[in-house]
Write a protein that binds this ligand. Structure first.
Ligand code: FES
Length: 100
């Protein structure tokens, strides 16, 4: 499901090739509140779950919630395959975003 209009670096969900913009648009347009709803709307998060931490971050941001990085890492960190992408969204700290 390659989309030549989507920059590879914007892809958040590698399993379904869903970009940050698509995920944020789905959340905003439908006022989504859960990862399951995002998956139903645009497939993101429906595979390996590696992107769940970022989907939850986008949901929190849409709801104007202050994301707790430690809590997100505790809940979703074990599912992450490549941690490098997290540095775009979280400030690096040894405790919150381990090196990949
Ligand atoms: S990267 Fe999103 S489900 Fe695998």
């Amino acid at each position: 499901m390659d989309n030549p209009l989507v920059n590879e670096s914007d892809i958040i969900c590698k399993c379904f090739q869903v970009s940050e913009g698509t995920i944020r648009a789905c959340i905003g347009k439908n006022d989504l509140t859960s990862i399951e709803e995002v998956t139903q709307a645009c497939e993101a998060g429906g595979g390996c779950h590696s992107c769940h931490i970022l989907i939850q971050l986008f949901l929190d941001q849409h709801q104007h919630k202050q994301s707790n990085v430690e809590a997100l890492m505790s809940q979703y960190g074990g599912k992450i395959k490549k941690r490098g992408i997290l540095s775009r969204f979280f400030k690096r700290s040894k405790s919150s975003v381990p090196a990949s």
